[in-house]
Design a protein around this ligand. Structure first.
Ligand code: PMT
Length: 417
């Protein structure tokens, strides 16, 4: 089977970004549905958290359907026994938007309370994650010195306010307190990401491999490994968000590929090699995150193997070595092209990874001990050590694959001519 191409879709400026959308109890809560929908269309992964007040105005089902994500409503609901939901949510958010932000939510945030899912998530945010708040309330509530003091205090701590508009309010009062227009709110989010985001890969072609190759034994069976493609897809999404044109050459993956990335599917190592060689001709950066099978079955059976094919209960498969894709790429690279490999190790992490840099002529290697808790195959997190050609290294702590991808790209950028 030859590598097949998927049509490229329009780039989405928020691809790969995770937004926590907090919705508080206000008549304007229904407009958060539009905000949620628009952020999703721009490529963001939106996690919605509804306060108990919001639930009086809007339903969970609306936001679940619009975000295609479970909706958070209760700090004591723990979908994964071994994890703490509000910490997970806080650690995976790139930005928090509270829209509408009620007087009550502002007061609770200002006093550092964590008495529901939204306030607990916000209190648990790592430093540096932007919080945008779009207040909506009655004009007297907005003008009340208590609310204004809370707004001033939160602003002094870095919360960015999207000013409410003035006019006739739902309560028939006229004055300030109306939720900003949906377009204004979405544009503030876009602007905030643009401020954060370096477009340092703009104009570069980045080729990333991801996932597991499959080597057929017969028409229904194959040899493969545990790779889900999450690491490779995170790299592709991060490169795309940094302005690169990205080609993702994927074996079997379960990770979702965000729009804006050209996806090339390849099943076997040989198919992946052909796709990589073709894409590498125009690549500035090649990153091999795929778990490529080192061996293929020498003579896959054209028909399904049956039990009687075994001799004395043993079926012997002859394996032949597959090409080392990245070593071939490393040989062919010319000045200006940067090649980054991964090392999936179970022992001797650093010495083995250093050997791979030399043997495969890489510019950098991302080493991961796939037996360490939180690292390796089919997880959303990884623990990476970035090793340079001169042997110097940076050991990163446990972090999301998306964050690790950005840290690797930060290093890659320093290698570009
Ligand atoms: O996909 P996930 O579930 O998110 O898991 C992520 C991961 C563990 C697969 C990823 O972080 C990772 O370590 N990828 C590399 C896996 C691997 O095959 O490592 P390796 O040490 O065997 O290979 C070293 C390098 O050579 C890799 O860049 C690999 O892509 C490349 N290689 C290996 C064999 C081969 N025949 N051709 C290759 O190009």
């Amino acid at each position: 089977m030859s590598a097949e191409h998927q049509t490229e879709t329009a780039p989405q400026p928020l691809a790969g970004k995770s937004i926590l959308l907090g919705v508080a109890g206000s008549i304007a809560a229904y407009r958060a549905a539009d905000v949620c929908s628009q952020l999703g269309k721009l490529g963001a992964r939106v996690t919605v958290c509804l306060t108990s007040g919001a639930l009086k105005f809007v339903g969970e089902a609306t936001f679940r359907a619009l975000s295609r994500n479970p909706v958070l409503t209760d700090v004591f609901v723990e979908p994964h026994q071994e994890r703490i939901a509000h910490i997970d949510v806080a650690q995976s958010a790139d930005l928090v938007l509270v829209s509408p932000a009620s007087a009550n939510v502002l007061a609770r945030l200002a006093s550092g309370m964590a008495d529901d899912m939204l306030t607990a998530c916000i209190l648990a945010l790592p430093p540096g994650i932007p919080i945008l708040a779009a207040p909506a309330m009655n004009t007297h509530m907005w003008n009340n010195p208590a609310t204004q003091a809370n707004v001033a205090l939160l602003a002094s701590r870095g919360v960015e306010f999207i000013d409410p508009g003035s006019g006739l309010l739902a309560c028939q009062d006229v004055g300030k307190g109306r939720l900003a227009e949906v377009e204004t709110i979405v544009s503030c989010v876009l602007t905030r990401f643009a401020q954060m985001q370096t477009m340092d890969l703009y104009g570069k072609h980045v080729v990333v491999t991801a996932g597991a190759t499959r080597e057929p034994i017969d028409p229904v069976r194959f040899l493969t490994n545990r790779s889900s493609g999450k690491m490779g897809v995170a790299l592709a999404a991060a490169a795309c968000a940094r302005g690169a044109q990205v080609t993702l050459i994927a074996g079997a993956i379960t990770a979702t590929v965000p729009p804006g990335i050209t996806l090339v599917s390849a099943e076997t190592a040989r198919e992946m090699e052909a796709a990589c060689n073709a894409a590498f001709a125009s690549a500035d950066i090649f990153i091999g995150a795929a778990a490529v099978a080192d061996y293929a079955v020498a003579n896959p059976s054209a028909v399904k193997l049956k039990k009687p094919d075994a001799i004395n209960g043993t079926l012997t498969l002859e394996l032949v070595q597959n090409p080392d894709i990245i070593a071939g790429i490393g040989k062919r690279k010319v000045a200006g092209q940067v090649v980054i490999g991964f090392a999936a190790e179970t022992d001797n992490l650093i010495p083995n990874a250093i050997q791979k840099i030399q043997k495969k002529n890489l510019d950098l290697i991302a080493a991961n001990d796939v037996t360490a808790a939180g690292a390796g195959f089919d997880l959303d997190t990884n623990i990476i050590t970035i090793i340079r050609r001169d042997g110097s290294s940076v050991a990163l702590p446990l972090m999301s694959k998306h964050q690790a991808a950005n840290r690797i790209l930060d290093e890659v950028v320093t290698l570009l001519p």
